[in-house]
Design a protein around this ligand. Structure first.
Ligand SMILES: NC(=O)c1ccc[n+]([C@@H]2O[C@H](COP(=O)([O-])OP(=O)(O)OC[C@H]3O[C@@H](n4cnc5c(N)ncnc54)[C@H](O)[C@@H]3O)[C@@H](O)[C@H]2O)c1
Length: 369
């Protein structure tokens, strides 16, 4: 296969519009050795030329040890990672409610920070994290990987070129692969907004450049696990967002797409329409007596593989060459403000102005611990 946009083994920095780092130019540590931490650690250790995985930290020592030894890095405590001179930056892959404190601690130690989404679960914490990175003068990038997926990048280019015209209707969706196998009791309240749809909120803003979200209305229910509804579990949601340029957007999510992981977006404008996202894992199509079949991905880290590599390559490029951060803390705060407005809409049944969420920065209940 030649080198095309779809070749996920092609990790040359220039493929992502980036310059090559030097040999071992950048030394990174992963904080949080769970599912996505392992994905990021593998990419850093093996997929990005010039970037090295130095250490792995996790309060569960065995998790840090296992991942570190697999990838030739050292297990370490968070304190060690932050104190070490041979760590230039950290990849925060801990659970959402730990993110803001970890960003603040890492920035205070002078480490560049890549933080998984959401950067925080309250606006006050988001501001604290952004402020800490600014004060320390370190790079802060948030894990909005869809911004780096080739089809999303190509869509944004059409919008920037004016070919779509003024965005009028936008859509974004996330369908997590099913059957849902989790224990609803272990899914933190409001996860569908704070951790799933946060991707859609970010990408809708990104595909409507220069516009600001104004008002939000959300419906949500437990349709996959109805027995958990009474405990506040939500696994299905539809959110409408009105922007100040007039565009109206919808985002929807469900935790159990039986056909596989599915992420898509669409922008309909005054001159045309652009769509992106494809649940197909490959371009193979199988035809038989039962019909026409394609393969799908069961994991986000498979479907969006190249986007994960590209976002971490971009992080390295921002640190090494000062290229602009492509998913900033301020942008993560905007996505969070939509999520918090959606939560309040579900709580009250009303349409919620983002301005009201913003002015209540220190008083909003998110159900977060
Ligand atoms: N961008 C994406 O596509 C994507 C995909 C999956 C998860 N995520 C995000 O990544 C984060 C982690 O998700 P996950 O699925 O990997 O969770 P996980 O539960 O698999 O892993 C979390 C790990 O963090 C460790 N941990 C707990 N508290 C910690 C602390 N204070 N400091 C350091 N480590 C700590 C846990 O022991 C665990 O090993 C979440 O915020 C989630 O929303 C993003």
């Amino acid at each position: 296969m030649g080198r095309t946009e779809m070749d996920d083994n092609d990790v040359r920095p220039e493929r992502f519009g980036l310059r090559s780092p030097g040999v071992d130019a950048l030394r990174l540590a992963v904080v949080g050795a769970g599912r996505i931490g392992a994905n990021h650690a593998e990419i850093v250790a093996r997929r990005i030329p010039g970037v090295r995985l130095v250490a792995v930290a996790d309060p569960v020592e065995s998790a840090a040890q296992r991942l570190a030894s697999e990838l030739g890095a050292e297990p370490a405590s968070l304190e060690d990672v932050l104190a070490r001179d041979d760590v230039d930056g950290v990849l925060i892959s801990a659970p959402a409610r730990a993110h803001a404190d970890l960003v603040v601690a890492a920035a205070a130690a002078g480490k560049h920070v890549f933080c998984e989404k959401p950067m925080a679960v309250t606006l006050a914490d988001a501001e604290r994290a952004v402020g800490a990175a600014e004060e320390a003068g370190v790079v802060l990038q948030v894990g909005f990987n869809r911004r780096f997926a080739p089809g999303f990048v190509a869509s944004r280019a059409r919008i920037d070129d004016g070919q779509v015209g003024n965005p009028q209707i936008l859509r974004s969706l996330t369908r997590d692969p099913g059957p849902f196998a989790g224990d609803p009791a272990r899914v933190p309240q409001w996860t569908i907004f704070l951790e799933t749809l946060i991707h859609d909120f970010d990408i809708l803003c990104w595909l409507n450049p220069g516009a600001t979200p104004q008002r939000v209305h959300a419906f949500a229910d437990a349709l996959v696990s109805p027995e958990a509804r009474s405990r506040g579990h939500l696994d299905t949601a539809v959110v409408s967002i009105q922007f100040d340029n007039g565009a109206i957007a919808t985002a929807d999510a469900n935790f159990s797409a039986l056909y596989g992981y599915d992420v898509r977006a669409e922008v309909f404008g005054s001159k045309g329409m652009v769509t992106t996202g494809n649940a197909r894992a490959t371009d193979m199509t199988f035809y038989d007596a039962d019909g026409i079949h394609t393969d799908t991905s069961r994991r986000d880290t498979d479907l969006l593989r190249s986007a994960y590599v590209a976002e971490l390559t971009a992080f390295a490029d921002s640190i090494l060459h000062g290229s602009p951060v492509r998913a900033t803390g301020a942008e993560a705060r905007t996505a969070l403000s939509i999520a918090l407005a959606a939560i309040r809409s579900v709580e009250t049944g009303a349409t919620v102005a983002i301005a009201d969420v913003d002015t209540a920065v220190h008083g909003l209940s998110t159900g977060a611990a």
